[in-house]
Design a protein around this ligand. Structure first.
Ligand code: GLA
Length: 409
């Protein structure tokens, strides 16, 4: 071991080195709008309904969010994605909601959603058109933001389609940030530029969350390269492994909306997808049809012990601890000194996966409380954490040093 390396192994020198790095490159400050202090939770129309949106769908979804127990579990935003508007702006340059889909306009839907104690989200694009070819907001940022605010919109997903008129990503997304700030309404700002220009390096100062990848699809694995559409659960997961440092309260990496309950995902895959997104501090934006979901899917989306991992106030994103072939260990430090851990089996056939309290960074103790977040049962361990994990599945635990109140709960 050379002297330089040895010097950096001592705790004081390591601390000084980290401090020097932080001083040399201060992280971009988070957007200071006070919103999304924990990752936003809600629903969005795109993954299940694409352009088939309407007031009736949004209102029935708000009803279902309450009736299913999702609201009680923390879900708040009911978000309309693309295709809510007409192909032409109105005579004063304003956006016009499609009267066939939204006969009473957006304000009426917002009122309905608000009366349920929920919030409404809408969609636009930082180019000349939305991805489905409707008018985009470039050049109209102030006017559109004012319109959203006057309707009572609480959340904007801002996409990246159409012509950019020679403007940079930063310019286009900053223009809408400033327009939203001027609108006078508290509107969560969700940047959707698909990870194209490494948004984790600049978007924390611009938006509350930013997509990190191309669009998600309800498959375990898509076999597509990362810059291609669409991406499976594992493809997206692999692109998050290096991004944990970038998120913090008010500013989140967004590995795209949930596909729990959609397409080809089975129960184990749904649980794995939800667990991993929670460990990544992802926005938990359901993308299934809430009006017609099975009890199994509802149970996944409302697992409060897993949601608590996502919503931890400290907002430290989880990271990949180790990968051995198809077996992986992921961990996330929680604000109360516990650590959430996922044992992931990416492949086919059951695998025994093990880690230790020490490996995932739990403070040393004589014994540990290990809570299974899917079985809702606690055990005591001397430090070893292991499970036989089936095909395409996870085991998820939360580990406390010593005895913890949740034990046996
Ligand atoms: C892009 C976004 C999707 C969705 C569609 C709508 O593909 O990434 O999430 O909003 O546009 O057209």
């Amino acid at each position: 071991m050379n002297a330089w390396y040895k010097a950096f192994r001592t705790p004081l020198a390591a601390t000084l080195a980290v401090a020097a790095t932080l001083l040399a490159a201060p992280p971009a400050r988070a957007l200071d709008n006070g919103l999304a202090r924990t990752p936003p939770m809600g629903w969005n129309s795109w993954n299940s309904f694409h352009c088939d949106v309407s007031a009736r769908l949004v209102e029935a979804t708000a009803d279902a969010m309450v009736a299913s127990g999702m609201k009680a579990a923390g879900y708040t935003y009911v978000n309309i994605d693309d295709c809510w508007l007409l192909k032409q702006r109105g005579p004063h340059g304003e956006l016009v909601p499609d009267p066939k889909k939204f006969p009473g306009g957006i304000k009426a839907v917002a009122d309905y959603v608000h009366a349920k104690g929920l919030k409404l989200g809408i969609y636009e694009s930082a180019g000349t058109t939305t991805c489905a070819g409707y008018p985009g907001s470039i050049g109209h940022e102030d006017q559109d933001a004012r319109q959203f605010a006057s309707w009572g919109v609480d959340y904007l997903k801002y996409d990246n389609c159409g012509d950019y008129r020679g403007e940079s990503y930063r310019q286009r997304y900053t223009a809408m940030r400033d327009a939203l700030a001027k609108s006078g309404r508290a509107i969560v700002y969700s940047i959707c530029e698909w990870g194209n220009e490494a948004p984790w390096t600049w978007a924390p100062a611009v938006g509350n969350l930013w997509r990190t990848t191309q669009d998600i699809t309800p498959r375990w694995h898509s076999d597509q390269p990362a810059n291609h559409y669409p991406q499976g659960i594992l493809d997206i997961l692999d692109q998050q492994a290096a991004l944990s440092h970038a998120s913090r309260p008010g500013a989140w990496n967004d590995p795209d909306m949930l596909e729990v309950g959609n397409g080809y995902l089975n129960d184990d895959e749904n649980r794995a997808h939800f667990s991993l997104w929670a460990l990544l501090n992802a926005p938990l934006i359901a993308g299934n049809d809430l009006r017609h979901m099975s009890d199994a899917v509802r149970a996944v989306l409302t697992n409060r012990e897993v949601i608590a991992v996502d919503q931890d106030w400290g907002g430290r994103q989880g990271y990949r601890v180790r990968r051995d072939g198809h077996a992986e260990v992921w961990a996330k430090p929680m604000s109360d000194g516990s650590v959430a851990v996922i044992l992931l089996n990416r492949g086919r056939g059951p695998v025994k996966i093990a880690t230790s309290a020490r490996e995932i960074g739990v403070k040393a103790a004589d014994s540990y409380t290990v809570r299974d977040l899917w079985k809702h049962a606690s055990t005591t361990s001397r430090g070893r954490i292991e499970a036989a994990v089936p095909t395409h599945a996870v085991a998820m635990f939360r580990v406390w040093p010593g005895a913890h109140g949740a034990a046996g709960a």
